[in-house]
Structure formats: C-alpha cells, structure tokens
Design a binder for this molecule. Structure first.
Ligand SMILES: *Cc1c(COP(=O)(O)O)cnc(C)c1O
Length: 228
C-alpha cells in the first residue's frame, strides 16, 4: 500500500475512535492503536510508525525475527498469535509483551525462561470469549482460576486481557465484548493483579469494542488494506 493511503487510513481510524469515544464518554487518549503487521513489509510498518503508531503486533516468532531488527527499539512490540512452549525463549528476546497467554503450562515456561534471562515479562491473558473450538484462549469461566495460578509467578506480570470475538453480527460481538469488560473489572479487584490493558477490537469491530471498554485495539486491514 502507498504511503499516502496508510496515512489516510490512520487519520480515518483516529476520527472514528474519536467519535466512538465521544459517544461513550471516553477520551481518545485512553485508546492505544496496535498495528497488526502479519504479512506486511517493514516499509509499510515504518510508514505506520511515522504516522504515530507506537505499538506493533506480530503473530509468529518467525515473522518477528525477520522484521523486528529493522524496526526502531522505541516501537512497543507485542506477540498477538499463539505461542508454543518451545518458542518461548526467542519470543522473550523479540517481544515486549505477550498477549496470548492461555495456559499455566505456557506461563510456567515463560517464568522459567524469564528467570534465566533475569527479566520481568508483561503478559495478557487470552480469553476465548465465544468458547469457539477453533480458537486459542482460556474460556471465560476458567479465566479467574488461571489468573490466580499465574499471579504468584515472580517473572510473569499479568497486565490485562486479550480477546478475539467470534465472527458474528455486531450485536452478538457487543455482548462478547461486554462480557470481557465484566471479567476485566472483576479481575481488577483481585489482590496483586494489574488490569491495565483490555485488548479487543479488530478492523471490523473496533468501534464497538471501544464503546464496550477496550483500550487497546489491534488493527491490520484498517491500516494497511486487505492482506494479499
Ligand atoms: C490479524 C489479527 C488482527 C488484525 O486483524 P484485522 O482484521 O486485519 O484488523 C488482530 N488480532 C489478531 C490476533 C490477529 O491475528
């Protein structure tokens, strides 16, 4: 996509976010845009960064490895795709935050590798809010128990929740986002849990997500156009 189009897309997204915020009594300054950059070139990502996008998300360790060395260290880099335990070590070297933690086993592997590297790893818990068999994530009913199991790990720092809503009508999607918000508020009350990020909303549903409380939206198509 051309530089001009990416800039225009981002300007339009900012306007739509401002409108969604206005309608729900929120401030656009609360909302962080993450560019979902799978299949996008380094050139495209650099254009988005130049337009003020400060967060990028990749789905795989492999793709991050080929691109991140060419990106500024000041961009905040998130893993938004599924992470296998055997990729945790390189993932911790590449990413600033892992949005896709959905099992104790994965959290324990992150703990082990983070302890070895002497670092603290911010993570989000991925919730399979629609309970879909085809999706990763912990189901809503089990999220609290998982959070309570992970909280004692001293090198893993839970900072919120991430969800991919089912592909459905915006009304149904809204009910899933609402459930996520309720879970977010509930978990916020637990001791030693920081709920900073509610990561939900993609190109087709981010306005609904914002109205329901998202503060981190993950946008691919809306920024860069259709994936080739
Ligand atoms: C690809 C992807 C996105 C962005 O999807 P778009 O529909 O292109 O905005 C967001 N989150 C995750 C986890 C993704 O894999």
């Amino acid at each position: 996509m051309t530089e001009k189009l990416i800039h225009q897309n981002i300007a339009e997204i900012r306007e739509r976010i401002a409108r969604a915020c206005e309608r729900s009594g929120r401030s656009p300054s609360e909302i962080q845009i993450l560019a979902a950059t799978k299949t996008r070139s380094v050139e495209e990502i650099l254009i988005a960064a130049e337009a003020g996008i400060a967060f990028v998300g990749e789905n795989t360790v492999q793709e991050a490895k080929t691109k991140f060395s060419q990106l500024s260290a000041s961009l905040e880099k998130h893993l938004i795709g599924h992470l296998q335990t055997n990729k945790v070590k390189p993932a911790l070297e590449l990413f600033d935050l892992i949005q896709s933690v959905d099992s104790l086993k994965l959290a324990q592997e992150i703990e082990k590798r983070a302890a070895q590297a002497n670092k603290m790893v911010p993570v989000l818990i991925e919730v399979n809010v629609g309970g879909e068999a085809s999706k990763f994530g912990i189901v809503p009913q089990e999220t609290r128990a998982l959070v309570e199991q992970i909280t004692p790990l001293s090198h893993v720092h839970i900072q919120g929740l991430m969800a991919v809503a089912p592909y459905a009508s915006l009304e149904e999607v809204r009910s899933h986002f609402r459930r996520m918000r309720e879970l977010f508020e509930l978990l916020r009350e637990l001791a030693n849990v920081e709920m900073k990020w509610l990561s939900m909303g993609m190109s087709h549903d981010y306005e609904v997500a914002i109205k329901e409380g998202a503060n981190l939206v993950r946008l691919g198509t809306a920024i860069f156009g259709l994936r080739g």
